[in-house]
Design a protein around this ligand. Structure first.
Ligand SMILES: NC(=O)c1ccc[n+]([C@@H]2O[C@H](COP(=O)([O-])OP(=O)(O)OC[C@H]3O[C@@H](n4cnc5c(N)ncnc54)[C@H](O)[C@@H]3O)[C@@H](O)[C@H]2O)c1
Length: 330
């Protein structure tokens, strides 16, 4: 156990699994307060005043919040995406930001592939038909799906998760993969199994050729609203669109227009501009949309692995060591 002077004040702002909370409590003075729960907000605000470390996710850590946390040295996010954090303010204050890359890639890629399959083969719609007692004759063409194997996949974003999706597509489903990213990936070094199977492609060319377009982009100033009417308009007629990255990279009005008046066949969405999805969002009940409640990484194993990595990051940072997964601003 740390000596009393080494014990730092830590604020846990989203529940951690008991074993990870115990690791923190063994060495630091921990307050658990979830600011999303009105009854815990005062405790959260009080703890901010003295916290040196914070750990949690899915809550906007903006400049105003940082101003109430004068002692803060490190934030450990239990997520890979860092769009909830005021990055310039963190950099200006020298506050370290850690995240959880790597441990969720395969699970998120599984989720995206499930959405891709569900959207192409109309799985939710057809499962509902059985469930609701409407399977009264052999199904006809009006309910046929669209093959996935052998089709061309266009990936917007080809980072850790994009590459995990590409492996499933290229190696499992024989799909040629085109990708658009900030820079080409050295496949020989990073993903040798995708050499000759995934091609860095200009966006316009990718959109014209892909049968299925998957967005796996982080949300940043450069990607906010990037998937707009011109992007949907440039997609191949009958294309399917999947978003597993962040909702606000897509202009949802343009998506709806492409579904209702354009040639987009279907959309599979795990993420939305506003979450939870508002009750009045037309995406919620749209017949061509398969919508999931942001479950990309939501399995027992992966959520635990994320919490474990985030806890290790925080413990290392508070001990003055370099954490395993520091978010590096580009
Ligand atoms: N649905 C979920 O539950 C879930 C889970 C995990 C991650 N995510 C989201 O997925 C994102 C990607 O995760 P990752 O680990 O693969 O990230 P990563 O940093 O490894 O990869 C990001 C990719 O996006 C590309 N990119 C970034 N800005 C771009 C731009 N302006 N134009 C073109 N390409 C651009 C990069 O070049 C890179 O290929 C995360 O930031 C997070 O927001 C969602």
């Amino acid at each position: 156990m740390n000596s009393p002077t080494d014990r730092k004040k830590v604020l846990v702002f989203r529940e951690l699994p008991p074993d990870q909370l115990a690791r923190l409590q063994a060495v630091h003075e921990v307050t658990v307060a979830n600011p999303r729960l009105p009854e815990q907000l005062p405790a959260f605000q009080a703890a901010l005043a003295t916290a040196e470390g914070m750990i949690g996710s899915s809550y906007p850590v903006n400049e105003a919040l940082l101003a109430s946390a004068p002692q803060l040295k490190v934030i450990s996010s239990v997520s890979v995406g860092v769009d909830n954090y005021a990055l310039p303010a963190l950099a200006a204050r020298g506050i370290l930001l850690c995240h959880t890359p790597g441990v969720l890639d395969e699970t998120v890629a599984d989720t995206v592939f499930a959405l891709l399959m569900a959207s192409s083969r109309r799985l939710v719609e057809l499962s509902n038909l059985v469930r609701e007692g409407r399977w009264t004759r052999n199904i006809g063409e009006d309910l046929f799906g669209f093959d996935v194997h052998g089709k061309t996949l266009g990936l917007l974003g080809f980072g850790r998760i994009g590459q995990a999706i590409a492996r499933r597509a290229a190696l499992g489903f024989g799909m040629p993969v085109l990708y658009h990213a900030r820079r080409p990936v050295d496949l020989a070094l990073q993903a040798p199994e995708l050499q000759g199977r995934a091609l860095h492609t200009p966006m316009a060319d990718l959109l014209a050729r892909a049968d299925i377009v998957v967005a796996m982009l982080p949300l940043s100033d450069s990607t906010r609203g990037m998937i707009d009417a011109s992007v949907f308009g440039a997609m191949k007629p009958g294309a399917i669109f999947i978003n597993g990255g962040r909702g606000a990279t897509v202009q949802e009005d343009a998506l709806l227009h492409a579904l209702d008046h354009g040639t987009l066949r279907a959309a599979g969405l795990d993420v939305f501009a506003t979450e939870p999805l508002p009750m009045d969002s037309p995406l919620r009940t749209h017949p061509k949309v398969t919508a999931l409640p942001h479950i990309g990484s939501a399995t027992f194993e992966t959520r635990h692995a994320m919490a474990e990595l985030a806890t290790s990051n925080l413990l290392q940072a508070l001990a003055g060591e370099r954490p395993a997964a520091v978010f590096e601003q580009a």
